[in-house]
Write a protein that binds this ligand. Structure first.
Ligand code: PGA
Ligand code: ZN
Length: 435
Protein backbone atom coordinates (compact mmCIF):
# COMPACT_ATOMS: atom_id res chain seq x y z
CA UNK A 1 0.00 0.00 0.00
CA UNK A 2 1.36 3.44 -0.96
CA UNK A 3 2.70 5.69 1.79
CA UNK A 4 2.11 9.35 2.51
CA UNK A 5 5.37 11.15 1.80
CA UNK A 6 4.69 14.88 1.61
CA UNK A 7 2.05 17.48 2.33
CA UNK A 8 2.22 21.06 1.18
CA UNK A 9 -0.15 23.92 2.02
CA UNK A 10 -0.66 27.29 0.39
CA UNK A 11 -2.89 30.29 0.96
CA UNK A 12 -5.61 30.72 -1.69
CA UNK A 13 -8.77 32.87 -1.80
CA UNK A 14 -12.34 31.80 -1.19
CA UNK A 15 -15.64 32.91 -2.75
CA UNK A 16 -15.73 36.05 -0.58
CA UNK A 17 -12.16 36.95 -1.46
CA UNK A 18 -10.90 35.88 1.94
CA UNK A 19 -7.78 33.77 2.37
CA UNK A 20 -8.18 30.08 3.00
CA UNK A 21 -5.92 27.07 2.98
CA UNK A 22 -5.37 24.53 0.22
CA UNK A 23 -3.34 21.38 0.79
CA UNK A 24 -1.62 18.94 -1.59
CA UNK A 25 -0.82 15.47 -0.27
CA UNK A 26 1.66 13.20 -2.09
CA UNK A 27 2.27 9.47 -2.08
CA UNK A 28 5.54 7.65 -2.66
CA UNK A 29 4.20 6.72 -6.09
CA UNK A 30 4.09 10.39 -7.04
CA UNK A 31 0.29 10.77 -6.92
CA UNK A 32 -1.24 13.92 -5.45
CA UNK A 33 -4.58 14.67 -3.75
CA UNK A 34 -5.70 18.27 -3.23
CA UNK A 35 -8.35 19.87 -1.02
CA UNK A 36 -9.40 23.38 0.02
CA UNK A 37 -11.06 24.41 3.27
CA UNK A 38 -14.33 26.42 3.45
CA UNK A 39 -15.21 29.14 5.96
CA UNK A 40 -18.43 30.25 7.70
CA UNK A 41 -19.82 33.70 8.54
CA UNK A 42 -22.52 32.76 11.05
CA UNK A 43 -20.39 30.35 13.02
CA UNK A 44 -21.29 28.37 16.12
CA UNK A 45 -19.30 29.32 19.21
CA UNK A 46 -18.15 25.76 19.79
CA UNK A 47 -16.81 25.12 16.30
CA UNK A 48 -13.23 23.94 16.01
CA UNK A 49 -10.95 26.94 15.66
CA UNK A 50 -10.33 28.47 12.25
CA UNK A 51 -6.82 29.86 12.68
CA UNK A 52 -6.41 33.35 11.20
CA UNK A 53 -3.32 35.53 11.40
CA UNK A 54 -4.97 38.62 12.89
CA UNK A 55 -2.49 40.94 11.19
CA UNK A 56 -4.74 43.87 10.30
CA UNK A 57 -2.30 45.08 7.65
CA UNK A 58 -2.66 41.89 5.68
CA UNK A 59 -6.08 40.80 4.32
CA UNK A 60 -7.63 42.76 7.21
CA UNK A 61 -6.43 40.14 9.68
CA UNK A 62 -7.89 37.22 7.73
CA UNK A 63 -4.68 35.71 6.40
CA UNK A 64 -4.07 32.01 7.11
CA UNK A 65 -0.29 31.96 6.84
CA UNK A 66 0.07 30.58 10.38
CA UNK A 67 -2.18 27.64 9.47
CA UNK A 68 -0.19 27.18 6.24
CA UNK A 69 3.04 27.11 8.19
CA UNK A 70 1.53 24.70 10.73
CA UNK A 71 0.96 22.30 7.83
CA UNK A 72 4.31 22.87 6.16
CA UNK A 73 6.49 23.05 9.26
CA UNK A 74 4.70 21.11 11.99
CA UNK A 75 1.97 18.68 10.92
CA UNK A 76 3.51 17.76 7.57
CA UNK A 77 6.96 16.74 8.83
CA UNK A 78 5.34 14.84 11.72
CA UNK A 79 2.90 12.76 9.68
CA UNK A 80 5.30 11.99 6.84
CA UNK A 81 8.29 11.17 9.06
CA UNK A 82 9.59 7.67 8.24
CA UNK A 83 6.65 7.31 5.85
CA UNK A 84 4.66 6.11 8.82
CA UNK A 85 1.19 6.35 7.29
CA UNK A 86 -0.31 4.37 4.46
CA UNK A 87 -2.42 6.72 2.37
CA UNK A 88 -5.62 4.91 3.35
CA UNK A 89 -4.95 5.02 7.10
CA UNK A 90 -7.33 7.94 7.50
CA UNK A 91 -8.18 7.16 11.12
CA UNK A 92 -4.53 6.79 12.14
CA UNK A 93 -3.59 10.00 10.38
CA UNK A 94 -6.49 12.05 11.77
CA UNK A 95 -5.89 10.75 15.30
CA UNK A 96 -2.19 11.59 15.08
CA UNK A 97 -3.00 15.16 14.05
CA UNK A 98 -5.61 15.52 16.80
CA UNK A 99 -3.08 14.26 19.36
CA UNK A 100 -0.34 16.54 18.10
CA UNK A 101 -2.67 19.53 18.41
CA UNK A 102 -3.81 18.32 21.83
CA UNK A 103 -6.57 20.90 22.40
CA UNK A 104 -10.33 20.43 22.46
CA UNK A 105 -11.08 22.87 19.64
CA UNK A 106 -7.87 22.41 17.63
CA UNK A 107 -6.85 25.85 18.72
CA UNK A 108 -3.11 25.17 18.75
CA UNK A 109 -2.57 24.22 15.11
CA UNK A 110 -5.93 25.31 13.66
CA UNK A 111 -8.82 23.17 12.42
CA UNK A 112 -8.27 24.65 8.95
CA UNK A 113 -4.74 23.20 8.93
CA UNK A 114 -5.91 19.76 10.09
CA UNK A 115 -8.91 19.63 7.76
CA UNK A 116 -6.91 20.60 4.68
CA UNK A 117 -4.62 17.63 5.27
CA UNK A 118 -7.43 15.27 6.24
CA UNK A 119 -9.42 15.91 3.03
CA UNK A 120 -6.37 16.04 0.74
CA UNK A 121 -5.19 12.66 2.04
CA UNK A 122 -8.68 11.18 1.44
CA UNK A 123 -8.47 12.39 -2.16
CA UNK A 124 -4.99 10.91 -2.46
CA UNK A 125 -6.32 7.61 -1.09
CA UNK A 126 -9.07 7.58 -3.71
CA UNK A 127 -6.52 8.16 -6.44
CA UNK A 128 -4.20 5.43 -5.29
CA UNK A 129 -7.16 3.04 -5.00
CA UNK A 130 -8.29 4.10 -8.50
CA UNK A 131 -11.77 4.78 -7.15
CA UNK A 132 -13.99 7.83 -7.40
CA UNK A 133 -13.95 9.67 -4.08
CA UNK A 134 -17.49 8.68 -3.02
CA UNK A 135 -16.71 5.00 -3.56
CA UNK A 136 -13.42 5.27 -1.76
CA UNK A 137 -15.06 6.93 1.27
CA UNK A 138 -17.59 4.13 1.47
CA UNK A 139 -15.74 1.05 0.28
CA UNK A 140 -12.26 1.67 1.66
CA UNK A 141 -12.72 4.12 4.54
CA UNK A 142 -16.04 2.48 5.55
CA UNK A 143 -17.85 5.73 6.23
CA UNK A 144 -21.23 5.34 7.92
CA UNK A 145 -24.12 4.86 5.53
CA UNK A 146 -27.63 3.88 6.58
CA UNK A 147 -28.56 2.32 3.21
CA UNK A 148 -26.99 -0.60 1.41
CA UNK A 149 -27.12 1.14 -1.97
CA UNK A 150 -25.96 4.61 -2.90
CA UNK A 151 -28.70 7.21 -2.55
CA UNK A 152 -28.49 10.56 -4.30
CA UNK A 153 -29.15 13.51 -1.99
CA UNK A 154 -32.09 15.87 -2.33
CA UNK A 155 -30.86 19.46 -2.42
CA UNK A 156 -31.77 22.26 -0.05
CA UNK A 157 -31.25 25.33 -2.22
CA UNK A 158 -30.93 28.71 -0.57
CA UNK A 159 -32.62 31.06 -3.04
CA UNK A 160 -33.23 34.06 -0.78
CA UNK A 161 -30.24 35.11 1.34
CA UNK A 162 -30.58 37.22 4.47
CA UNK A 163 -28.94 37.47 7.89
CA UNK A 164 -25.13 37.46 7.91
CA UNK A 165 -25.01 36.51 4.21
CA UNK A 166 -26.56 39.66 2.77
CA UNK A 167 -26.90 43.36 3.49
CA UNK A 168 -30.69 43.37 3.51
CA UNK A 169 -33.32 43.53 6.23
CA UNK A 170 -34.17 39.82 6.54
CA UNK A 171 -33.21 38.32 9.90
CA UNK A 172 -33.84 34.76 8.78
CA UNK A 173 -30.63 33.84 7.00
CA UNK A 174 -31.84 31.36 4.40
CA UNK A 175 -35.07 30.75 2.53
CA UNK A 176 -34.55 27.43 0.78
CA UNK A 177 -36.43 25.23 -1.63
CA UNK A 178 -36.39 21.44 -1.54
CA UNK A 179 -37.22 20.09 -5.00
CA UNK A 180 -38.14 16.50 -4.24
CA UNK A 181 -40.73 15.20 -6.71
CA UNK A 182 -38.39 13.56 -9.19
CA UNK A 183 -36.80 10.15 -9.40
CA UNK A 184 -33.38 11.53 -10.18
CA UNK A 185 -31.09 14.13 -8.67
CA UNK A 186 -30.76 15.82 -12.07
CA UNK A 187 -34.52 16.33 -12.37
CA UNK A 188 -34.81 17.67 -8.83
CA UNK A 189 -31.95 20.03 -9.54
CA UNK A 190 -33.61 21.17 -12.76
CA UNK A 191 -36.80 21.99 -10.82
CA UNK A 192 -34.77 23.97 -8.28
CA UNK A 193 -32.98 25.90 -11.00
CA UNK A 194 -36.26 26.69 -12.76
CA UNK A 195 -37.76 27.98 -9.51
CA UNK A 196 -34.66 30.14 -8.99
CA UNK A 197 -35.09 31.71 -12.44
CA UNK A 198 -38.82 32.20 -11.84
CA UNK A 199 -38.05 33.90 -8.54
CA UNK A 200 -35.95 36.42 -10.43
CA UNK A 201 -39.03 37.28 -12.48
CA UNK A 202 -41.25 37.48 -9.38
CA UNK A 203 -38.81 39.82 -7.61
CA UNK A 204 -38.18 41.91 -10.73
CA UNK A 205 -41.90 42.37 -11.24
CA UNK A 206 -42.37 43.51 -7.64
CA UNK A 207 -39.57 46.06 -8.11
CA UNK A 208 -37.05 44.30 -5.87
CA UNK A 209 -33.32 43.90 -6.35
CA UNK A 210 -32.12 40.63 -7.81
CA UNK A 211 -28.53 41.02 -6.67
CA UNK A 212 -27.23 37.86 -5.07
CA UNK A 213 -25.81 37.17 -1.60
CA UNK A 214 -22.94 34.99 -0.43
CA UNK A 215 -24.63 31.70 -1.29
CA UNK A 216 -25.92 32.77 -4.69
CA UNK A 217 -29.52 33.39 -3.63
CA UNK A 218 -31.23 36.73 -4.22
CA UNK A 219 -30.83 39.29 -1.46
CA UNK A 220 -33.78 41.69 -1.83
CA UNK A 221 -35.01 44.11 0.78
CA UNK A 222 -38.44 42.71 1.56
CA UNK A 223 -40.87 43.99 4.13
CA UNK A 224 -41.13 40.74 6.05
CA UNK A 225 -40.19 37.08 6.24
CA UNK A 226 -43.70 36.31 5.05
CA UNK A 227 -43.09 38.29 1.88
CA UNK A 228 -39.93 36.26 1.27
CA UNK A 229 -41.80 32.98 1.69
CA UNK A 230 -44.69 34.13 -0.45
CA UNK A 231 -42.34 35.24 -3.22
CA UNK A 232 -40.78 31.78 -3.21
CA UNK A 233 -44.21 30.12 -3.31
CA UNK A 234 -45.16 32.27 -6.30
CA UNK A 235 -41.92 31.32 -8.02
CA UNK A 236 -42.60 27.61 -7.47
CA UNK A 237 -46.01 27.97 -9.12
CA UNK A 238 -44.70 30.15 -11.91
CA UNK A 239 -42.17 27.45 -12.72
CA UNK A 240 -45.03 24.95 -13.00
CA UNK A 241 -44.52 23.07 -9.73
CA UNK A 242 -46.79 22.47 -6.76
CA UNK A 243 -45.61 23.94 -3.46
CA UNK A 244 -45.34 21.26 -0.80
CA UNK A 245 -45.80 18.44 -3.29
CA UNK A 246 -43.11 18.93 -5.91
CA UNK A 247 -41.06 21.54 -4.12
CA UNK A 248 -41.12 22.15 -0.36
CA UNK A 249 -39.63 25.01 1.67
CA UNK A 250 -36.89 25.09 4.29
CA UNK A 251 -35.60 27.83 6.54
CA UNK A 252 -32.27 28.40 8.21
CA UNK A 253 -32.99 31.06 10.81
CA UNK A 254 -29.42 31.09 12.22
CA UNK A 255 -31.14 32.44 15.33
CA UNK A 256 -27.93 32.66 17.39
CA UNK A 257 -27.22 35.76 15.27
CA UNK A 258 -30.22 37.69 16.64
CA UNK A 259 -30.47 36.23 20.15
CA UNK A 260 -29.52 38.48 23.04
CA UNK A 261 -27.84 36.30 25.69
CA UNK A 262 -28.39 38.95 28.35
CA UNK A 263 -32.13 39.38 27.99
CA UNK A 264 -32.71 35.91 26.50
CA UNK A 265 -34.81 37.55 23.81
CA UNK A 266 -34.73 37.22 20.04
CA UNK A 267 -34.71 40.55 18.16
CA UNK A 268 -36.35 39.83 14.86
CA UNK A 269 -38.02 42.14 12.34
CA UNK A 270 -37.95 45.04 14.78
CA UNK A 271 -39.58 43.13 17.66
CA UNK A 272 -38.42 41.14 20.67
CA UNK A 273 -39.54 37.53 21.04
CA UNK A 274 -39.27 35.15 24.00
CA UNK A 275 -38.42 31.52 23.27
CA UNK A 276 -42.10 30.61 23.65
CA UNK A 277 -43.07 33.34 21.18
CA UNK A 278 -40.47 32.08 18.69
CA UNK A 279 -41.95 28.58 18.91
CA UNK A 280 -45.39 30.09 18.39
CA UNK A 281 -44.08 32.06 15.39
CA UNK A 282 -42.78 28.86 13.75
CA UNK A 283 -45.94 26.99 14.61
CA UNK A 284 -47.87 29.71 12.77
CA UNK A 285 -45.57 29.29 9.76
CA UNK A 286 -46.18 25.53 9.70
CA UNK A 287 -49.94 26.09 9.60
CA UNK A 288 -49.63 28.49 6.67
CA UNK A 289 -46.73 27.24 4.57
CA UNK A 290 -45.37 23.88 3.29
CA UNK A 291 -42.19 23.95 5.35
CA UNK A 292 -40.10 20.79 5.42
CA UNK A 293 -37.34 21.86 7.78
CA UNK A 294 -36.27 24.65 10.14
CA UNK A 295 -32.57 24.95 10.94
CA UNK A 296 -31.27 26.79 13.99
CA UNK A 297 -34.76 28.06 14.82
CA UNK A 298 -33.37 28.93 18.26
CA UNK A 299 -29.96 30.04 19.44
CA UNK A 300 -27.27 27.59 20.52
CA UNK A 301 -27.31 29.23 23.96
CA UNK A 302 -31.03 28.55 24.38
CA UNK A 303 -30.47 24.93 25.35
CA UNK A 304 -33.78 24.29 27.12
CA UNK A 305 -35.64 26.21 24.44
CA UNK A 306 -34.53 23.60 21.90
CA UNK A 307 -36.04 20.79 23.96
CA UNK A 308 -39.31 22.73 24.12
CA UNK A 309 -39.20 23.46 20.39
CA UNK A 310 -38.59 19.82 19.54
CA UNK A 311 -41.29 18.54 21.83
CA UNK A 312 -43.78 21.02 20.38
CA UNK A 313 -42.95 20.84 16.64
CA UNK A 314 -40.60 17.86 16.18
CA UNK A 315 -43.39 15.60 14.94
CA UNK A 316 -44.41 18.10 12.24
CA UNK A 317 -41.14 19.38 10.87
CA UNK A 318 -37.48 18.51 10.53
CA UNK A 319 -35.61 20.55 13.16
CA UNK A 320 -31.97 20.91 12.24
CA UNK A 321 -29.12 21.70 14.63
CA UNK A 322 -26.25 23.56 12.96
CA UNK A 323 -24.70 26.06 15.41
CA UNK A 324 -26.36 23.87 18.03
CA UNK A 325 -24.38 20.68 17.30
CA UNK A 326 -21.40 22.02 15.28
CA UNK A 327 -20.78 18.49 13.86
CA UNK A 328 -19.37 17.54 17.26
CA UNK A 329 -20.10 14.02 18.49
CA UNK A 330 -20.01 14.95 22.18
CA UNK A 331 -22.29 17.93 21.72
CA UNK A 332 -24.65 15.89 19.55
CA UNK A 333 -24.78 13.13 22.19
CA UNK A 334 -25.84 15.73 24.75
CA UNK A 335 -28.46 17.08 22.33
CA UNK A 336 -29.84 13.60 21.75
CA UNK A 337 -30.12 13.08 25.50
CA UNK A 338 -31.91 16.42 25.83
CA UNK A 339 -34.15 15.60 22.83
CA UNK A 340 -33.24 18.90 21.22
CA UNK A 341 -33.68 18.21 17.50
CA UNK A 342 -34.35 15.49 14.93
CA UNK A 343 -31.76 16.47 12.33
CA UNK A 344 -28.16 17.63 12.07
CA UNK A 345 -26.26 19.84 9.67
CA UNK A 346 -22.87 18.34 8.83
CA UNK A 347 -20.01 20.74 8.08
CA UNK A 348 -16.54 19.21 7.90
CA UNK A 349 -14.77 22.37 9.03
CA UNK A 350 -16.86 22.68 12.18
CA UNK A 351 -15.03 19.66 13.58
CA UNK A 352 -11.81 19.64 11.55
CA UNK A 353 -11.17 16.04 10.41
CA UNK A 354 -12.93 13.54 8.19
CA UNK A 355 -12.77 10.79 10.81
CA UNK A 356 -14.60 12.88 13.39
CA UNK A 357 -17.18 13.91 10.77
CA UNK A 358 -17.90 10.22 10.15
CA UNK A 359 -18.23 9.58 13.89
CA UNK A 360 -20.77 12.37 14.29
CA UNK A 361 -22.77 11.21 11.27
CA UNK A 362 -22.73 7.65 12.55
CA UNK A 363 -24.20 8.77 15.88
CA UNK A 364 -26.86 10.79 14.07
CA UNK A 365 -27.78 7.88 11.78
CA UNK A 366 -27.99 5.48 14.72
CA UNK A 367 -30.45 7.87 16.33
CA UNK A 368 -32.53 8.10 13.15
CA UNK A 369 -31.74 11.75 12.65
CA UNK A 370 -31.91 13.39 9.24
CA UNK A 371 -28.39 14.26 8.03
CA UNK A 372 -27.76 17.29 5.82
CA UNK A 373 -24.24 17.59 4.41
CA UNK A 374 -23.51 21.29 4.05
CA UNK A 375 -21.22 23.84 2.46
CA UNK A 376 -20.15 27.05 4.22
CA UNK A 377 -21.03 30.54 3.10
CA UNK A 378 -17.35 31.01 2.17
CA UNK A 379 -16.51 28.27 -0.34
CA UNK A 380 -14.04 27.33 -3.05
CA UNK A 381 -14.33 25.23 -6.18
CA UNK A 382 -13.63 22.13 -4.08
CA UNK A 383 -16.61 19.75 -4.30
CA UNK A 384 -15.61 17.19 -1.66
CA UNK A 385 -19.00 17.48 0.07
CA UNK A 386 -20.85 16.23 -3.03
CA UNK A 387 -18.98 12.93 -2.79
CA UNK A 388 -19.41 12.90 0.98
CA UNK A 389 -23.20 13.23 0.68
CA UNK A 390 -23.40 10.28 -1.74
CA UNK A 391 -20.88 8.11 0.13
CA UNK A 392 -22.83 8.43 3.36
CA UNK A 393 -26.33 8.30 1.77
CA UNK A 394 -26.89 11.38 3.88
CA UNK A 395 -30.19 12.17 2.16
CA UNK A 396 -29.63 15.88 1.73
CA UNK A 397 -27.04 18.32 0.55
CA UNK A 398 -27.27 22.02 1.32
CA UNK A 399 -25.02 23.90 -1.03
CA UNK A 400 -26.60 27.18 -1.98
CA UNK A 401 -28.60 28.57 -4.80
CA UNK A 402 -28.37 28.07 -8.55
CA UNK A 403 -25.69 30.67 -9.21
CA UNK A 404 -22.01 31.27 -8.40
CA UNK A 405 -19.53 28.61 -9.46
CA UNK A 406 -18.52 27.88 -5.87
CA UNK A 407 -22.08 26.53 -5.35
CA UNK A 408 -22.61 25.03 -8.82
CA UNK A 409 -19.41 22.97 -8.59
CA UNK A 410 -21.07 20.80 -5.96
CA UNK A 411 -24.26 20.34 -7.97
CA UNK A 412 -22.27 19.59 -11.12
CA UNK A 413 -20.22 16.96 -9.30
CA UNK A 414 -23.48 15.32 -8.18
CA UNK A 415 -24.64 15.25 -11.82
CA UNK A 416 -21.41 13.44 -12.71
CA UNK A 417 -21.80 10.96 -9.87
CA UNK A 418 -25.41 10.23 -10.75
CA UNK A 419 -24.45 9.62 -14.37
CA UNK A 420 -21.74 7.22 -13.25
CA UNK A 421 -24.02 5.34 -10.86
CA UNK A 422 -26.74 4.86 -13.47
CA UNK A 423 -30.03 4.12 -11.77
CA UNK A 424 -29.32 5.36 -8.24
CA UNK A 425 -32.20 5.96 -5.87
CA UNK A 426 -32.96 9.51 -4.73
CA UNK A 427 -33.71 10.43 -1.14
CA UNK A 428 -37.33 11.31 -0.66
CA UNK A 429 -38.09 13.49 2.35
CA UNK A 430 -40.76 12.20 4.68
CA UNK A 431 -43.90 14.29 5.06
CA UNK A 432 -43.60 15.80 1.60
CA UNK A 433 -46.00 14.65 -1.11
CA UNK A 434 -44.91 13.00 -4.33
CA UNK A 435 -46.70 13.01 -7.69
P1 PGA B 1 -22.16 29.84 7.49
O1 PGA B 1 -23.68 29.67 7.07
O2 PGA B 1 -21.35 28.99 6.60
O3 PGA B 1 -21.95 31.31 7.31
O4 PGA B 1 -22.07 29.39 8.92
C1 PGA B 1 -24.25 28.46 6.71
C2 PGA B 1 -25.29 28.01 7.69
O5 PGA B 1 -25.54 28.68 8.73
O6 PGA B 1 -25.86 26.95 7.51
ZN1 ZN C 1 -27.09 27.16 9.48
Amino acid sequence: MPKLTRVHARQILDSRGNPTIEVDAWSDQGLCGRAAVPSGASTGSREALELRDGDKKCFQGKGVLKAVSNVNEVLGPYITEEKKFQVNDQVGLDRAMIDLDGTEYKSKLGANALLGISLAVARLGAQTSKLPLYKYLREVLKCPHPTEKYVMPTPLMNIINGGAHASNNLDIQEFMIVPCMAKSFAENLRAGVEVFHSLKKVLDKAGHSTNVGDEGGFAPNLKSHEEAIESVLKAIELAGYRPGVDVALSLDCAASEFYQEKTQLYSMQGKDFTTEEMIEYYSGFLKKYPIYSIEDGLAEGDQKGWTALNSRLGSQVVLVGDDLFVTNKKILAHGIEMKQANAILVKVNQIGTLTETFETMDLAFRNKMVNIVSHRSGETSDHFIADLAVATSAGHIKTGSASRSDRMEKYNQLLRIEEELGQAAVYHPVRVGRK
